[in-house]
Ligand binder design. Structure first.
Ligand code: 6R9
Length: 698
């Protein structure tokens, strides 16, 4: 079993890792910048892997990690080529294996991996498994929202389904390089649609089915897809959501802006709604079940270059317009497969369940591509994790004998609140590795996850990464070294994280600052769709020579990394990234809202909640009704997950004389840290602060 001990008791591996990753012998500047809380007492808590786990682990000790890590940074071309060779390439990549310009001062940022290599990620995810003896292995166990609804597909059945859809898409004119928008809930058809696009070289853009019609329209207008794939409706918990209606509105909106979509392929999700009840536009709308099953179950693969685009995924940034993060094929394939394998200590007998939706990057890299590239059995769950009761997750774990369970801290915290009894009534003995993603996991939630869910037996991989990084960047490798509750531990192979101060100077040793990366890795995004300049400005110009993550980070005396949250205008609500500017622009579109400023505040379950300061149009009185209508506006324009938790009436906002809103002050008011407001003398009108405080609980 694991032991929780103090760092001072731990001499075996700690020193070598600490020395290695914090730059042995260099002078440390401690706490040159302090961005977040210091992990003070937590950094001494060590959770040691059991000998039993280590014995079977892929990376069984720090020495093995160090040996592989060293090679990965000293000889990245050799390290990654060896791994890439395990996949099928129609034609091998050329030389050099990778090329990069990572420094804006030397010209445009340019990252290429395995250029000249010809492959197909769908082939490697599906056909390769079928051909290597895994044809009858379960690829997907599907569990519906309603208990009792389930389905499964073997790898060979998956191949057939993917091929039918791929043939259909080709037949309706989708070609290599064309965009396809997928707006589906967690049905098996979602990964099938992603794989079918990849098979024919089309670029998929999955839009999370919780996004509103406006957000969907915005994405449709940006990437101009040939086809939109959706379903009529979905049940989430006890609610039925009519997705097709949302798509109809989005398509009407985009055609007003001269982007008209000729084909909306609609899956009939019978568990949620019957065909007859679905609104229909003849000529444009086609039922999936009427056409796709008629197509042949085999389909030639479209071979693509390693640097051909695989998908676009929109994510929030610090301006109102979402960014289309573009990933290409070869490097992403090699990177997601490798990170999945090592961070979860994956073995062919595992049953893997990631609770993320394919509408987010986690669902791309670690529901679909990473696991399937390893031939894994993946659980796909359609519903809400606490429906119809807070024990549903463990019911599913027991039912499919899930061995690896990967989720978000927000779910851990909410289940923790519901009480241990919902967990302990299930066996969970199949579990062996747990994972966390999306936001920093607070040590108390970590301990509950570890002790209660994992029976103090399963290591937790707290994986730090981003839509932009494609795959894990800083993550535990279970069995390799002791864990510290709340720390993402050490960098993955090939990743060289650095912490810089606000002048962009790299800091060594134990320190806090901005987290950057100093070299490219195969899974890195290559650009923002249609806006390479914004790509450079956002990620490469803040600290020239580095990729800037937007996160704050602390490195402790043992070299462990502790993520402390976003340092830009992005907030992380239940692991979902939301730009404050997006919420603000939704609020100000309300006819009675004159101005809005949005900040994050600490939220017990969601990690961060959305706190909106709203100034109304002159003469409009505050009312409960108006509060609701403002929140509804955000739900309609972005999606329910972005609805503000708190509306704070603001007769005025604290601004500098040059008109800049001082968010620092707003954050303090939102946190009710009223004695920490700091210097307000530079404000144009210092008395607005008193007015705001007076209205704090109205
Ligand atoms: C994968 C994903 C990325 C942002 C990232 C950071 C936060 C993600 C984290 C974490 C601390 C972790 N984040 N994982 N913070 N520890 N293990 O979530 O991608 O939606 O693009 O969000 O999420 O702030 O910058 P994405």
């Amino acid at each position: 079993n694991y032991r929780i001990g103090m760092a001072s008791n731990y001499l075996r591996h700690g020193e070598s890792i600490a020395n290695f990753s914090s730059g042995a012998g260099k002078i440390s500047r401690i706490n040159a910048v302090t961005l977040g809380e210091s992990p003070a007492s937590e950094e001494n808590d060590l959770v040691l892997p059991s000998d039993e786990f280590c014995r079977q682990a892929l990376i069984p000790n720090p020495q093995k990690y160090l040996e592989m890590y060293k090679r990965s940074v000293e000889d990245p071309a050799g390290f990654w080529s060896d791994i890439a060779s395990e996949f099928y390439w129609k034609q091998k990549w050329g030389q050099p294996v990778f090329s990069e310009n990572f420094d804006v001062r030397n010209g445009p940022i340019d990252i290429q991996w395995f250029k000249g290599g010809v492959t197909n990620i769908c082939y490697n995810c599906v056909d390769r498994n079928v051909e290597s003896g895994n044809a009858d292995k379960i690829a997907i166990y599907w569990e519906g929202n309603e208990p009792g609804f389930q389905d499964s597909l073997t790898y060979s059945q998956l191949l057939q389904r993917v091929c039918q859809l791929a043939n259909y898409l080709k037949d309706v004119g989708v070609k290599k390089g064309d965009a396809v928008i997928i707006y589906l809930p967690m049905l098996m058809e979602l990964p099938i649609a992603m794989l079918a696009c990849a098979r024919i070289g089309a670029v998929h853009s999955v839009v999370f089915a919780g996004f509103s019609a406006d957000s969907l329209a915005q994405r449709i207008m940006d990437c101009k897809p040939k086809v939109v794939i959706t379903c009529n409706a979905v049940k989430r918990g006890s609610k039925t959501i009519q997705l097709k209606d949302i798509v109809d509105t989005a398509l009407a909106e985009s055609s007003k802006n001269s982007i008209s979509i000729d084909l909306c392929l609609t899956y009939e999700n019978q568990c949620a709604m019957k065909r007859g009840d679905t609104k229909w536009q003849d000529g444009r709308d086609v039922w999936w079940q009427d056409v796709v099953p008629k197509y042949p179950t085999s389909c030639m693969v479209e071979w693509v270059d390693a640097e051909d685009p695989l998908f676009l995924l929109y994510t929030s940034g610090s301006t109102g317009k979402p960014k289309g993060v573009l990933h290409t094929t070869g490097g992403y394939m090699v990177y997601t497969a490798t990170t999945f394998k090592y961070a979860f200590d994956y073995k062919p007998s595992d049953v893997y369940w990631c609770t993320a939706d394919c509408g987010w990057i986690t669902g791309h890299s670690y529901v679909t591509y990473g696991p399937m590239l390893n031939g894994a059995t993946v659980v796909v769950y359609e519903g809400a994790p606490n429906y119809p009761h807070p024990g549903r997750c463990w019911d599913i774990v027991d039912k499919f004998n899930v061995t690896i369970f990967y989720t978000a801290p927000t779910l851990v915290r909410s289940l923790m609140r519901d009480g241990d009894q919902y967990v302990t009534r299930y066996s969970r003995k199949s579990l062996r590795v747990l994972g966390s993603v999306g936001e920093p996991i607070n040590p108390s939630a970590w301990r509950w996850f570890f002790n209660v869910v994992g029976d103090s037996r399963c290591p937790i991989s707290d994986t730090w990464w981003q839509t932009e990084t494609g795959g894990f960047m800083i993550t535990p490798l279970p069995g390799a070294w002791p864990q510290k509750p709340g720390s993402a531990t050490f960098p993955f192979f090939g990743v060289q994280p650095v912490i810089v101060d606000d002048k962009g100077i790299e800091i060594d040793g134990a320190c806090s600052g901005y987290l950057c990366v100093k070299n490219s890795w195969p899974g890195a995004f290559r650009t923002l769709y249609g806006d390479h300049e914004r790509y450079e400005t956002t990620y490469f110009k803040p600290f020239p020579g580095y990729y800037f993550s937007g996160d704050g980070c602390t490195r402790d005396k043992d070299g462990y990394y502790w993520l402390t949250g976003r340092v830009d205008d992005v907030i992380n609500v239940s692991g979902h990234r939301i730009g404050t500017a997006e919420v603000e622009s939704a609020l100000v579109s309300h006819p009675q809202c004159a101005e809005a400023a949005v900040v994050g505040f600490e939220h017990e379950v969601k990690g961060q909640g959305i706190y909106a300061f709203v100034t109304l149009v002159e003469g409009v009185p505050y009312s409960e009704e108006l509060r609701k209508s403002l929140i509804l506006t955000v739900r309609e324009q972005i999606g329910a997950f972005a609805a503000p938790d708190k509306i704070h009436w603001a007769p005025g906002l604290p601004k500098t004389r040059s008109g800049k809103i001082m968010r620092r002050i707003l954050r303090k008011i939102a946190a009710r840290q009223l004695d920490e407001l700091g210097d307000t003398s530079t404000l144009a009108e210092p008395n607005v602060v008193d007015q705001l405080i007076a209205l704090a609980d109205c």
